[in-house]
Design a protein around this ligand. Structure first.
Ligand code: FEO
Ligand code: CA
Ligand code: CA
Length: 683
């Protein structure tokens, strides 16, 4: 590309709210701006007096119980540095050559990631992926690599909108794997957002070029991959003639709205008077693969893409979704629909769960209104005992809620097209619920909180006074506010464990706990900088019913801190963990957790955690990711032999730029490139 009038990258709009740039844990003002529109600097959109989950936690989690194990690390606690890089007992063992040899020998005995013992990776800040001894990893695909035929060889100085539509997008998040034939499969990946400061050399592109290219680096990719020679390894099929199912989904891809709100007036724009057809998907964060082989993807911090002056008649609705207008990303300069003054309904067409059939590159992706509109982290589907599809969902905002959808129809078994077509209608009719958690359950002081899913609407009936079905679905946060759900600390992934039938929710952190939310002496996680993992048990083991019980599996942080809890496992034998984000399970039912924003000073990573038996709560760090990045995915696949994961935003840090990046991983260029990797047992 030959830029017409190069504009310094520094002129990209940044709209600080409040005082000077400041860090959030390991994050800076600039990184927060690019990531989520500085959500933590904005007022909490939920201004209701609905109770907060930490008050309920305080009721069920006896202080003594939370402190269990603290005495075991008393000495370490005295020397520990809460908030600094932790010198945990596990880390201290790093130099133990005999232990390393034993762990490596054990790792050679099996390839199964669910059962193989491994020596945890110590906290570190290296600019590399570091796996447990005995394991290794490969990079499968990087930002800019060709996905579709005709894509030019990637050159950061010759980017263009047309090229970006054919290349692997930026900031890979969710990773799914759909087996196709033989040794091949389709890798399905979300591209959540862009870091313009790391993507574009200064003085090379105009502002408009940067916007057009960045827009196309959002969305999703479908990439054909093939097993490698080493068991557990995978690689991209580079001959794109042999990859006809590859696809890029981006801002120009046409989506069909489904469900009761499709066609509603609130979803109509001048370009789409039907209110049924949307171009593009934005801020796709986590996701899941459905039992029928499609992929669900959550549209999360969509509010940041709209600029201009908000319509005063929508002030309440916009405020509840954090839609503030202003300079935003300035996208209305290249596409007027992102200007609130031009198209006040356009923001209502984002914030949904989308469904993609990766096996058919000509299929029209769907946006399911029946699953409600909020900052969707993702959606995870399990088939209940009577055949209904049940989707668990989190709204990733401080003080927002957990949701569940239960379908009216039932699952059609089978792998054929007919079954898939039938199953792709399951998420269009049913009932949407929001969660209320109580801490005063049976009252024996153990982990016995109770909970209830409160219905908001079915596809034909609203259960919220004064709101229609369409209003409940388009303004789900406002609908939920009025039925008394429990405010949560930023719900990220919520997924069911296919082995024990329980549901696990990552509550990543709440940086303003103690300021906007009350703290008391009994609160086990005052400040909650490191997050926790909630475990929900559906009543009678049936995901479709309204009642459940809950407890805490993990209160994350430095094991030396009295605030932490590791499922009752002795704290002198666990890895430090901070800010859980994505969760998945191996076929033994172990929980695998990736982290985002480690507040303990180490790089982020991925951890294995047994949830049953004598090792329940034994957190072990399996890998760490490079400087400035978060670990996404993760996905255990191929007979527990492969751990797929995404390295998102390597190099993201205060002052980090294309020319002076905080990371150059994966070290194929002198600037960082977000990439999807696979970890497996070394030969
Ligand atoms: Fe995109 Fe809630 O993480
Ligand atoms: Ca996430
Ligand atoms: Ca994240």
């Amino acid at each position: 590309m030959t830029p017409a009038q190069p504009t310094p990258r520094a002129l990209l709009p940044l709209t600080p709210v409040g005082d000077a740039p400041r860090r959030h844990g390991s994050r800076s003002f600039a990184t927060c701006h690019y990531r989520c529109g500085s959500a933590c600097d904005m007022p909490v959109p939920n201004t209701t007096q609905n109770g907060h989950v930490q008050d309920e936690i305080a009721k069920v989690v006896g202080r003594r119980r939370v402190l269990q194990g603290a005495a075991l690390v008393g000495a370490a606690g005295a020397a520990g540095t809460f908030g600094g890089l932790v010198a945990s007992p596990v880390a201290a063992a790093e130099g133990d050559g005999a232990a390393a040899a034993r762990a490596a020998a054990a790792a050679r005995t099996t390839q199964n990631l669910g059962t193989t013992p491994f020596r945890p990776v110590a906290p570190n800040t290296v600019d590399a992926v570091r796996t447990a001894p005995g394991f290794t990893h490969d990079v499968i695909i990087r930002w800019g690599d060709a996905v579709l035929r005709g894509a030019p060889k990637f050159d950061a100085r010759k980017q263009s909108p047309a090229a970006a539509e054919r290349q692997f997008g930026y900031n890979c998040d969710y990773v799914g794997l759909i087996p196709t034939t033989g040794d091949k499969a389709l890798l399905v990946v979300n591209h959540e957002y862009t870091n313009e400061e790391l993507m574009f050399p200064a003085d090379t592109y105009t502002d408009d070029e940067i916007k057009l290219i960045s827009m196309r680096n959002h969305g999703m990719s479908v990439v054909t991959v093939k097993r490698g020679l080493v068991p557990g390894s995978w690689r991209q099929v580079k001959n794109l003639r042999r990859a006809p199912q590859n696809r890029r989904i981006h801002i120009e891809t046409s989506f069909a709205l489904t469900g009761p709100a499709a066609g509603d007036d609130r979803l109509k724009t001048s370009a789409d008077p039907s209110g049924r057809r949307v171009f593009g998907t934005l801020n796709n964060c986590a996701g899941s693969t459905t039992p029928w082989g499609t992929v669900l993807s959550g549209e999360e911090n969509f509010n940041q893409y709209f600029d201009g002056v908000p319509d005063p008649s929508l002030a309440t609705e916009y405020a509840r979704y954090g839609i503030a207008g202003g300079e935003g990303r300035g996208w209305s300069g290249v596409d007027p629909r992102f200007g609130l003054g031009n198209e006040p309904n356009e923001p209502h067409r984002f914030g949904w769960v989308v469904e993609v059939d990766p096996t058919d590159p000509t299929s029209t992706p769907l946006k399911h209104t029946m699953l409600g509109r909020f900052k969707h982290e993702g959606a995870d589907v399990v088939i209940a005992e009577d055949g209904q599809a049940v989707a668990y969902m989190g709204d990733d905002e401080r003080g927002d809620y957990l949701y569940k959808f239960v379908s009216s129809g039932t699952y059609t078994p089978g792998a054929g097209r007919r079954a898939k077509r039938a199953n792709m209608r399951l998420l269009t009719e049913g009932t949407l619920y929001v969660a209320r958690l109580k801490g005063d359950g049976t009252g024996d002081g153990e982990y016995d909180g109770t909970g209830r899913w409160i219905p908001l609407c079915s596809d034909t009936e609203s259960f919220v006074e004064g709101m229609t079905v369409a209003e409940v679905l388009v303004f789900t946060r406002l609908a939920a506010d009025s039925v008394g759900p429990t405010q949560m600390d930023r719900p990220e992934d919520v997924e069911h464990n296919p082995v024990n039938g329980k549901v696990y929710a990552a509550l990543t952190n709440n940086t303003q706990r103690g300021t906007q939310f009350p703290v008391d002496e009994a609160n086990p996680v005052s400040g909650n900088r490191n997050g926790y993992v909630l475990e929900l048990t559906p009543a009678r083991g049936n995901h479709a019913v309204a009642r459940f019980t809950w407890n805490l599996l993990l209160v994350c942080g430095d094991p030396a801190s009295a605030e932490t809890y590791f499922g009752g496992f002795p704290k002198d034998d666990v890895s430090p963990i901070s800010c859980p984000d994505n969760v998945t399970f191996d076929d033994r039912g172990n929980l695998w957790v990736s982290t985002d924003g480690n507040a303990l000073g180490s790089n982020d990573g991925i951890f294995r955690v047994p949830v049953e038996g004598p090792e329940r709560g034994k957190v072990q760090q399996f890998l760490t990711v490079p400087r400035g990045s978060e670990a996404c995915g993760p996905l255990i696949a191929d007979g527990n032999r492969s751990l797929f994961f995404a390295v998102q935003h390597p190099g993201e840090d205060d002052g980090s730029t294309f020319e002076t990046p905080f990371s150059t991983w994966p070290h194929t260029n002198d600037f960082p490139r977000p990439s999807v990797c696979v970890a497996f047992k070394a030969r």
